[in-house]
Design a protein around this ligand. Structure first.
Ligand code: FAD
Ligand code: SF4
Length: 510
């Protein structure tokens, strides 16, 4: 029977059972298409990263002996639309059965179901064989529970998959070393430079330009740093284990103006495209830990495992539990627009300038920059979550909706009313000052609330609490901050609100 098998751009999983046997009656299809480049405006590096990784995957499976057809973005026979591509291949290759892997995005899941309902041949859907959990495992785990606490889910995952366990106890006798993961980075240990593949991407960039795809952000044509093949992804993984893991946990929450990546792994793109599986990443990390126990402490390793076995699987589960309503939710009724500096990086706020310029130049910012600098600012300035979501979905190389949206709309913008976060991640300048060296080099003064040089985060923070106090009044975790707000004199609060509204109405001049 002649089969057509679809491989989406984020399904580059060479270890999938599909690729373990060669069948000359099975034709695989990969397609660069406008449908995918245009549903959001992406950072140029994201488009480059996906196209190159897809092209490398095509070459690899072809070399293995599989039958593969590939649509390049400028091919004249490329219909640029998934449905048309599937119909075209079915006709051209006289296909009798269509197969695909479960997509991770709701949008594509719906589209493929709809295409299959109209095909006259048999269709079958396969698991992507990537995640630890199935789509609905989190929903089942939390059935009947009011709070969807990540920590409970994570402990269950540790037990179920016997990761960092010693019989029924957690290794090191502690489930969580979060409290040890909050060091400020002061240059006490040198940060090894990031693994950069220096790939020449001038050809693919000119193809993207020729196609007329609208992008933003910047790319160094001779020095594309991201891995775009499984071999390169494995190099990044090994580099992380050997050079960065030993300090990962300690500086997980730190920020530094001279160190864009600190001890972060930069493995999210490799995993989100499925060139690496979360299981092999975790196995590799644990192997390295056991080989080097005198050098690497359990707190570094647990901190890393928690991100992948805990947060990554949890976020995916929330996405499938809450979609499609999640994409529209805006419980705080925020309506403001993103300032222009999100697209050009021009702001005098040093913390934002670093985090945004890095996002535009590297298609990357680490978790705390995304959460406590950029997301903190957009929540305090009460930007519409649709605007925030669209920016995050476009700017990062690892941004795929299933992982981007719950992190942005939920964890960072509290637009879901606390499904993910028990309280909003907001802070004044003092947190940023505590966790980074940004403030010492800033135009603004982190200690001031009023005046031309006052740190904008300070008045914005109290203004946000005041604007949203009715919504948060029953939230115990907000009690202390709301008490402080209530103790503030009406005159001081008035001045704060005037200042904050001046900032919100003129964000681009700050
Ligand atoms: P490391 O710090 O080295 O962490 C290791 C791995 O853990 C990551 O590669 C990632 O796979 C996983 N991980 C860590 N935190 C999370 C998390 N909260 N959710 C899911 N996985 C996690 N991650 C994405 O992959 N794509 C996104 O679009 C994305 N958008 C985000 C938006 C916001 C507002 C926030 C606060 C976080 C977002 N994250 C996203 C999560 C996290 O910031 C990135 O996974 C991480 O910065 C990627 O860099 P890294 O590989 O160096 O991570
Ligand atoms: Fe950011 Fe305020 Fe610090 Fe400047 S002073 S870096 S704006 S927190």
């Amino acid at each position: 029977m002649r089969k057509l098998r679809l491989i989406l751009g984020d399904q580059l999983n060479l270890q999938h059972s599909w690729f373990q046997h060669i069948d000359e009656n099975t034709i695989y299809v990969l397609a660069e298409m406008r449908q995918e480049t245009d549903y959001a405006k992406h950072n140029i590096q994201k488009v480059v990263g996906f196209f190159l990784s897809m092209r490398n995957f095509y070459t690899t499976i072809k070399k293995l002996g599989h039958q593969v057809t590939y649509f390049h973005i400028n091919d004249t026979n490329n219909p640029q639309d998934l449905e048309k591509i599937i119909f075209l291949c079915i006709e051209k290759y006289k296909i009798e059965k269509f197969e695909y892997q479960l997509p991770d995005e709701y949008r594509l899941d719906e589209q493929l179901k709809s295409i299959c309902s109209r095909l006259k041949i048999h269709c079958e859907v396969f698991d992507s064989e990537h995640f630890y959990t199935t789509r609905n495992e989190l929903t089942d785990f939390f059935k009947g529970k009011k709070l969807l606490l990540m920590e409970n889910f994570y402990r269950n995952m540790r037990k179920k998959h016997y990761v960092l366990m010693d019989d029924s106890a957690p290794l090191g006798n502690q489930w969580n070393f979060d409290a040890d993961n909050r060091k400020k980075y002061k240059g006490e240990v040198p940060v090894p430079s990031e693994k950069n593949f220096h790939t020449d991407v001038s050809e693919v960039v000119s193809q993207i330009k020729k196609a007329g795809i609208l992008t933003f952000g910047n790319v160094d044509l001779q020095n594309f740093s991201w891995p775009t093949s499984r071999e390169q992804c494995l190099v990044v993984l090994e580099y992380f284990c050997k050079n960065l893991l030993k300090h990962f946990g300690d500086y997980e929450d730190a920020m530094h103006t001279d160190e864009k990546f600190l001890f972060h792994s930069r493995l999210s793109f490799a995993m989100n495209t499925k060139m690496l599986s979360p299981k092999e990443v975790i196995q590799c990390i644990i192997y390295h830990f056991h080989e080097n126990e005198t050098e690497i402490s359990i707190s570094q390793v647990e901190g890393f495992v928690r991100q992948i076995l805990g947060w990554r699987e949890y976020i995916r589960g929330i996405y499938w539990k809450e979609m499609p309503n999640y994409a529209k939710i805006n419980v705080l009724n925020n309506t403001n627009k993103l300032p222009q500096f999100f697209w050009n990086g021009k702001t005098k706020m040093n913390c934002l300038s670093h985090a945004i310029n890095q996002s535009l130049d590297d298609a990357y910012a680490h978790h705390i920059q995304r959460l406590m600098i950029i997301g903190n600012f957009t929540l305090l300035t009460q930007i519409h979550p649709d605007e925030v979501d669209a920016w995050y979905l476009g700017v990062y190389i690892d941004a795929i909706e299933w992982v981007e949206m719950p992190n942005t709309r939920g964890m960072s913008q509290y637009a879901d009313g606390g499904i993910i976060a028990t309280k909003p991640y907001v802070s004044s300048g003092s947190y940023i000052n505590k966790m980074s060296n940004n403030c010492s080099k800033c135009y603004y003064n982190v200690k001031e609330k009023f005046g031309d040089k006052a740190c904008p985060f300070n008045s914005l923070y109290w203004n946000f609490l005041d604007d949203k106090k009715e919504y948060f009044k029953g939230n115990q975790r907000m009690g202390m901050m709301l008490n402080l707000l209530h103790k503030m004199s009406p005159e001081e609060l008035y001045k704060i609100k005037v200042k904050a509204n001046e900032i919100i109405n003129n964000m681009d001049s700050y």
